[in-house]
Design a protein around this ligand. Structure first.
Ligand code: MIG
Length: 788
């Protein structure tokens, strides 16, 4: 028995699980009165709690519960982009037991006693999601000992019935598999270098998930920034629950039934990703750290000499003067402007890292403008007792900005002038969990107060939104400093809504095969959580890789939105040529392929911007009626048309690939397959199994070594016909740099092609937007060589 307990303890330490037992909590209700509002109802309960149901759209309902007190007047979230919704038509009916609210799509039943909520399809009356128990709260402090800061709030939770065949997706950045069923997670932004599968939490908090059962999907966004918990049937066979250590039980219920529709609504609610500059899709190279300037030049010239495409090079923390953000080290980078101009002439942009820690100079006679100004303006975080909060990060003793203050955000944004004036093209925000070397759990920040719109709340509430607001300050600053350019911001930590301001990468991975395999479920899950622009350090960050791992890593990342090779300071060099010509030649092939596919990638990226549907997709997103895709996370798709099944293990040159129903063509051989089955394919090191959907037209451009090297002319549509000999595709074009696309300066063209007696004829099906792409030619070729 003893031995068994030890075993359990070990298992407990390596798998994610937590001890919060929500069945011990007080239940809300029952309902004693119902008050109709302009867009729903407010329920008052016997325990003095209130529940507000608001209809935002016919497929989007908000539930807000306030325990033992009325719903407060203040209603604010940093995540929400759209607050004013036009109430759709709806209806309400009441019986002694039930209150039923219907929209064109949803039927919501509220049971008065006990207070239980059920969501049904309005047309079929099929149950989609229902409470397993009433919403609960920890009035007696049962869970207080487990909380980060019991003084900052009360544990609140909602519990849903777990479907026998219910699958769970999303939840942002988790070091976990695609289907989150039977797993549980914590959200508490954390600096977790070298994380491995099931390490939780890691950097980001996106408390949004999608449930899927029998092909019918719904979404739940639990908009609460306190440390939060999600349990998808880990601790119980009956229950999927979520909760948080404070704040309101405030969630949004989305009805699909299609996942794509949910993602569109989620983007409407929390913001659509703006388009980054087109060159952000180019290949990027980083290192902790390239310096001095001549070394940066060497890296770039090596890329050019070797005919390897490159658009961006990153400067990590050593470009600064003693890690002082908004400065350059004068010995290492005497003339940053000359450097960016020189690299610019070779088609390469420079991105600099910017951390939140502002050095708090130990020598009080030292003048450091960022510290001096921020201190004078009172923009730094303080402890409850009024002391300046002094975390220790790269510069040593530092301070953090209170980004909840609008003037502080503006100031921070404006500080970036030193970068824009020096031709720096983008900003990379790191360490913004915020990481503190004194204590990574946040305990050292327990009593740090943020202005928070006058609420003067503490770390328990503000930790998870810190990065969101820092990225926002950065993005808005770049927008002001360079109004004719799209900002390009990369962040490590985040909260929901981050897509409005920043792209992301998955932090400090390992150079291991296991870490590579995690790329796919992590990228696709982020895409299912409203973050389309994702990527991971190609080759892995920590540890020594090898040529084979690097090649296989490029075979995943050459189609990821963010394709950047990066390596830890003391790691073995990892640029594409470091393991010899054999590997370099293969990497070149994939980087070149990425650049010819840019018209396709950019078209798919714009779709993500417009519709919220990511480009890097799990198969379940395109085939949610096919149960074979529900737990499939070693393959991915780009848009609707390209299916990729990388090799994720060493010494393997063959694998099984699942092709969903339809016609598919092997990208390399054009061999035709009937889908709906698993096939076995060869995958020697120079080949990543890749298939094109029959019925697709893939726009490809000329080979290039950087975006803008030459005009995207001609654009060739590769036609992969369906069984009727037709295909369709789209092409999105704009200037690739300015925000003019937001006011119509784009062109989106849809094309169709039909097989005739003398080959394919392509034609324009529709055209939108005012942008004139100039005299570029469009060709239509049969990719499959099938004229018959
Ligand atoms: O404490 O800036 O994830 O990409 O190279 C480490 C140095 C700080 C962590 C980032 C990594 C970066 C590194 N940073």
């Amino acid at each position: 028995m003893k031995r068994f307990l030890v075993l359990i303890a070990i298992l407990g330490a390596t798998t994610t699980s937590f001890a919060q037992d929500i069945t011990t909590l007080e239940k809300i209700g029952p309902v004693v009165s119902v008050q109709r509002t302009s867009n729903g109802v407010t329920l008052s309960c016997q325990d003095n709690s209130q529940v507000q149901l608001s209809i935002l759209a016919s497929d989007l309902i908000r539930i807000r519960a306030s325990f033992t007190k009325p719903i407060p007047a203040r209603d604010h979230s940093w995540a929400i982009a759209k607050e004013n919704w036009t109430t759709p038509r709806w209806d309400i009916s009441e019986t002694p037991d039930l209150i039923t609210i219907t929209t064109d799509e949803l039927e919501v039943t509220l049971h008065r006693s006990p207070l239980l909520i059920e969501f049904r399809d309005a047309r079929t009356h099929q149950l989609i999601n229902s409470d397993e128990r009433p919403m609960s709260y920890d009035a007696n402090g049962r869970l207080a000992s487990m909380m980060f800061d019991p003084k900052a709030g009360m544990f609140v939770a909602a519990s849903k019935k777990l479907g026998f065949d219910e699958h769970f997706y999303g939840l942002g950045e988790k070091a976990a598999r695609l289907d989150k069923r039977r797993s549980s997670f914590v959200n508490w932004n954390s600096d977790t270098p070298g994380y491995t599968e099931n390490k939780d939490p890691i950097y980001q908090t996106i408390p949004f998930y999608i449930g899927l059962q029998r092909g019918i999907a719904y979404g739940i966004f639990f908009d609460n920034s306190y440390r939060s918990y999600f349990d998808f049937g880990k601790s119980s066979q009956q229950r999927a629950w979520f909760g948080a250590e404070g704040g309101e039980l405030n969630y949004y219920f989305f009805y699909g039934p299609s996942i794509k529709k949910i993602l569109g609504r989620y983007a409407d609610l929390t913001g659509h990703m703006p388009l980054p500059p087109l060159w952000a899709l180019g290949n990027q190279q980083s290192r902790w750290s390239y310096y001095p300037d001549t070394m940066v030049e060497e890296v770039v010239s090596e890329y050019r000499k070797r005919d390897l495409p490159l658009d961006v090079v990153h400067l990590d923390i050593d470009y600064m003067n003693g890690y002082r953000v908004f400065t350059f080290n004068k010995e290492r980078f005497p003339d940053p402007k000359a450097l960016t101009e020189k690299l610019g002439r070779q088609g390469v942009k420079v991105v600099t890292i910017v951390d939140p820690g502002i050095k708090n100079p130990p020598d009080k006679n030292e003048r450091y403008h960022a510290f001096d100004e921020g201190l004078a303006k009172n923009f730094f975080q303080h402890r409850r007792n009024g002391d300046l909060f002094v975390p220790r990060v790269w510069p040593g003793e530092s301070v953090f900005v209170d980004y909840t203050m609008p003037e502080a955000r503006k100031w921070w944004g404006d500080l970036h002038r030193v970068y824009t004036d020096n031709g720096i093209a983008g900003i990379w925000n790191d360490m913004n969990e915020p990481s503190d070397f004194v204590d990574q759990t946040g305990k050292n920040q327990l009593d740090v107060v943020s202005y928070d719109e006058g609420e003067k709340s503490t770390h328990a509430k503000n930790r998870n939104t810190f990065a969101l607001l820092m990225s926002r300050a950065t993005y808005e600053g770049l927008e002001r400093l360079r109004p004719d350019r799209r900002p390009y911001v990369i962040t490590r930590a985040a909260y929901a809504g981050i897509q409005r301001y920043a792209t992301m990468w998955t932090g400090d991975t390992n150079s291991t095969w296991d870490a590579l395999a995690l790329n796919i479920p992590m990228f696709t899950s982020l895409g299912l959580s409203g973050e389309p622009f994702v990527g991971s350090d190609v080759g892995g960050f920590i540890g020594r890789g090898n040529g084979e791992l690097l090649v296989r890593s490029y075979q995943v990342s050459f189609l990821a939105p963010f394709c950047r090779n990066h390596k830890v300071i003391d790691g073995y060099d990892q640029e594409p040529w470091r393991f010899g010509k054999y590997y370099e030649d293969i990497i070149r092939k994939y980087l070149k392929l990425r650049y010819t596919l840019l018209p396709f990638l950019y078209t798919t990226l714009e779709e993500a911007h417009r519709t919220g549907v990511p480009l890097f997709r799990p198969l379940v997103l395109n085939y949610q009626d096919d149960p074979s895709t529900y737990n499939l996370d070693d393959q991915f798709m780009i848009g609707n048309d390209l299916l990729v099944a990388p090799i994720l293990k060493p010494d393997v040159s063959k694998r099984l690939v699942y092709l969903p129903a339809g016609t598919w063509y092997d990208y390399w051989t054009n061999k035709k397959y009937a889908g709906g089955t698993m096939i076995s394919v060869d995958a020697p090191l120079d080949t990543v199994p890749m298939f094109v959907r029959g019925g697709a037209m893939i726009p490809v451009g000329p080979s290039m070594n950087y975006v803008g090297e030459k005009p995207a002319d001609p654009i060739t549509f590769k036609i992969y016909p369906d069984d009727n000999g037709s295909a369709s595709g789209a092409l999105y074009e704009d200037d690739g740099l300015s925000p003019a696309y937001k006011t119509g300066a784009f062109r989106r063209t849809t094309f169709t092609a039909r097989r005739g007696p003398r080959g394919f004829t392509g034609s324009v099906a529709s055209q939108e937007g005012t942008y004139n792409p100039g005299p570029r030619r469009t060709n239509f070729v049969s990719a499959t060589d099938e004229r018959r």
